[in-house]
Design a protein around this ligand. Sequence first.
Ligand SMILES: Nc1nc2c(ncn2[C@@H]2O[C@H](COP(=O)(O)OP(=O)(O)OP(=O)(O)O)[C@@H](O)[C@H]2O)c(=O)[nH]1
Ligand SMILES: [Mg+2]
Length: 110
Amino acid sequence: MIVFNLGKSQTLEDALRIHQRIVQLHGNQAPIILVGTKSDLRNQRQVKSGDAKAIAKRLSCRFIEASAKDRDLTENAFMTIIREAIKMSQPAKPSKRSFWPFTKKAIVRT
Ligand SMILES: Nc1nc2c(ncn2[C@@H]2O[C@H](COP(=O)(O)OP(=O)(O)OP(=O)(O)O)[C@@H](O)[C@H]2O)c(=O)[nH]1
Ligand SMILES: [Mg+2]
């Protein structure tokens, strides 16, 4: 969970460096989410939601805004990263479509 302060744009730059380091060490094998905190401090905000979302999209990770003060979405942040970790630990499910030729073949054989 890479956390930055929505009220300090410098911390988003720090977050990007941390993300880069994690990818250097773990490739795409680490579950990562980007979390902007202190969302309750609206008048101090320096990072726009849309900008952070666009950055998260580029990094292929989810972005969540949270406030420790209001306890707003902090639980969501933890649940989201756990879900990402579970997704990564499971082998990719083949889609129904990719099963189709196999099923067809099996029918022909029987
Ligand atoms: N309003 C508000 N204040 C917060 C929030 N999170 C932490 N703080 C306050 O920020 C100060 C630092 O608290 P920390 O526990 O160190 O929180 P942090 O997330 O590490 O925040 P920083 O140290 O300020 O980067 C304290 O005064 C906290 O009460 C938040 O979501 N909203
Ligand atoms: Mg602190």
